[in-house]
Design a protein around this ligand. Sequence first.
Ligand code: NAD
Ligand code: 0WE
Length: 255
Amino acid sequence: MLLQGKKGLIVGVANKRSIAWAIAQAAHREGAQLAFTYQGERLKESVGELAAGLGGSSPLYECDVTNDAQMDQVFAGIKSAWGSMDFLVHAVAFAKREELEGDFLPTSREGFRLALDVSAYSLTALAQRAVPLMTDGGSIVALTYYGAEKVIPRYNIMGVAKSALEASIRYLAFDVGPKKIRVNGLSAGPVQTLAARGISGFTDMMKIVEGKAPLRRNVQIEEVANAAAFLLSPLSSGITGEILYVDCGYNILGM
Ligand code: NAD
Ligand code: 0WE
């Protein structure tokens, strides 16, 4: 029971395959109380049903991360429901489909702006509102990907956004460290989720990882979730500003 008595918000559940949902299940198993957000009306029912399946009553809020008023409402709701909170999980990313096809060179100004707003700035926007509620310290974990530091063909603007996200993790960790709040990134290997689905060549990419990764397989979503539970818990109390790879060792390879 790594998270016994802890209360946390999970941002980024879309369906039962979401990494955020796997993390929610691991956090619940470890004794945490959870609140959830959903991106829009379209996802309210599916996220609500998943949350209800945990038993107990999990606060549920609409939150498009590009909407400041909705974000304010989320944390006002959490403040009145819980008074304080202990952790935040950020598992949100978006780029226009056309920016993830073909080359990086034609990336549009609007495509760049949207990907960085949703996938990178949102962490800072959420942290601004979560930090005042983390009165007894806290832990913030954001999902990232290796395309932040090395070129993964067609990850394109998302790679730039994840670089900004990882740098934001370090700057946030520096700012909130004195409040005993930690901020870390969890860099997951490829996982078949909704966000991964529409990506052409995703299955081929998983085959390449399977052939080359030190563990000769792809990561399981439960392994990502367990590592997140570790980062959210006091077991990782000395770790902040860090990027933890949960990728079967793929990132250590030079060739
Ligand atoms: P997913 O589609 O289940 O989750 C992505 C979430 O982002 C969805 O819940 C969606 O509603 C949300 N989202 C998108 N735009 C939003 C907005 N404007 N406001 C609020 N929410 C918004 O896919 P996933 O693979 O579970 O992705 C979760 C995180 O994991 C992302 O940050 C992704 O980059 C990261 N990640 C995924 C993989 C992978 O291979 N699947 C690998 C490493 C990291
Ligand atoms: O972060 C991601 C994917 C995030 C994502 C996915 C989509 C698909 C649908 C962001 N925006 C969109 N927009 C859509 O319209 N991953 C880490 C998974 C991923 O995506 C890739 C990858 C990997 C890995 C895209 C190209 C190459 C590799």
